[in-house]
Design a protein around this ligand. Structure first.
Ligand code: UT7
Length: 331
């Protein structure tokens, strides 16, 4: 089987217009702008209006990404949607997006890896395109976290926002540009530290699960924090070493945006100076599968990310899931 280099042909994002600021949250739970900003780096998040689902945000980002790649929806032959908030348990959100955008020649599926869903979907999509199994893959990270957040729980409700990002993958036209390497791990021993306990096969919905608020995100913040700091540094270190690189060789560090302190500490561990780190958690909060495309988009728009840059994407999420992808940026 011939393997070819795969590149990101386009990038687009979509966030719902409504804002939820730290000042708004101060009126909802016992918290403060100062606490949220100091502990997380977040100032505001975008939140959907009632009735708006993950597939709606994903379809908006997808349509823009396809147009920016100079393609039509009929050119897309694979759709992967990374999400932890599918519109429904089934059918897959990929099917709903396929129908909404009119991608008549596509197959596809959802990928569940929580905050690592975008790095995982990027790897899976690029491996399929590399092997010739698809010509143009649409990889989406999208989440409506506000649909599974308990807005009476101050430990979680200040952290999350809604959003979507999409990229189109295709064979590289310039062999110097594209997805170079990846490293991923899962560690199920951390399952209980970050989960939504009810609504699955283990604990189907009942009056009791609703009364006990078990259909919302539950998190042991400190356990996740410690794991994220250690594992991000380790996985990035392994990937760089295998490619005979150090942090100094990188132009940009694009991490999942869960907490500014986690990102800066991971960057320090691999020797990346603050000016080479993308931070946009202040404006979007943690949008789970959408943080990395939102960060890439901001970096492109601000001029921080340019064609030819060597960049490292990285993520840690519920599971635990850990991911890192090395990319030579071509847009
Ligand atoms: O993307 C998915 C992966 N998720 C993550 O990466 C999240 C990782 N964890 C974190 O980012 C941090 O652990 C948090 C931001 C969630 C919490 O920060 P922390 O520095 O670990 O705080 P803490 O949980 O140790 O809580 C410190 C104090 C506690 O009060 P006491 O016990 O010291 O009196 C909490 O009750 O802060 C209190 N607290 C709050 N206070 C004001 C917790 N949440 C809030 C809040 N506002 N929203």
């Amino acid at each position: 089987m011939n393997v070819r280099r795969v590149e990101i042909k386009s990038l687009a994002t979509f966030v719902p217009p409504r804002l939820l600021t730290n000042a708004d949250l101060e009126k909802m739970v016992d918290t403060s702008d100062e606490w949220i900003l100091q502990r997380t780096g977040i100032r505001q998040r975008h939140i959907v209006d009632p009735g708006v689902a993950t597939s709606d945000l994903a379809a908006e980002a997808a349509k823009k990404a396809i147009a920016r790649a100079g393609l039509t929806p009929a050119d897309i032959d694979l759709i992967i949607v990374g999400t932890v908030t599918p519109d429904m348990l089934f059918p897959s959100t990929a099917c709903l997006v396929q129908h909404k955008i009119g991608a008549t020649a596509a197959w596809g599926f959802d990928l569940s890896a929580a905050c690592s869903a975008f790095t995982y979907a990027l790897t899976v999509g690029s491996q399929i395109v590399a092997a010739g199994g698809a010509q143009h893959a649409l990889v989406i990270g999208a989440d409506v976290m506000s649909s599974i957040i308990d807005y009476t729980d101050r430990a979680t409700c200040v952290l999350f926002g809604d959003g979507a990002g999409a990229v189109v993958l295709g064979a590289s036209t310039d062999p110097a540009v594209g997805i170079i390497d990846f490293e991923h791990r899962i560690d199920g021993s951390g399952g209980a530290s970050l989960c939504m306990p009810a609504g699955g096969s283990k604990m189907p919905a009942t009056h009791a699960t609703v009364d006990q608020r078990l259909h919302f995100v539950k998190q042991d913040g400190q356990a996740v924090f410690k794991f994220a700091v250690r594992q991000t540094g380790e996985i990035c270190g392994r990937l760089l070493k295998r490619n005979n690189l150090t942090g100094e060789d990188l132009d940009l560090f694009v991490s999942h945006q869960a907490n500014k302190r986690i990102i800066m500490s991971a960057a320090e561990r691999i020797g990346m100076p603050p000016e080479k780190v993308v931070i946009n958690i202040d404006r979007f909060g943690n949008t789970t599968a959408a943080t990395i495309p939102l960060a890439l988009n901001d970096a492109v728009e601000s001029g921080q990310l340019k064609k030819g840059h060597l960049i490292l994407l990285t993520s840690v999420g519920a599971g635990f899931t850990v991911g890192s992808v090395l990319v030579r940026w071509g847009l």
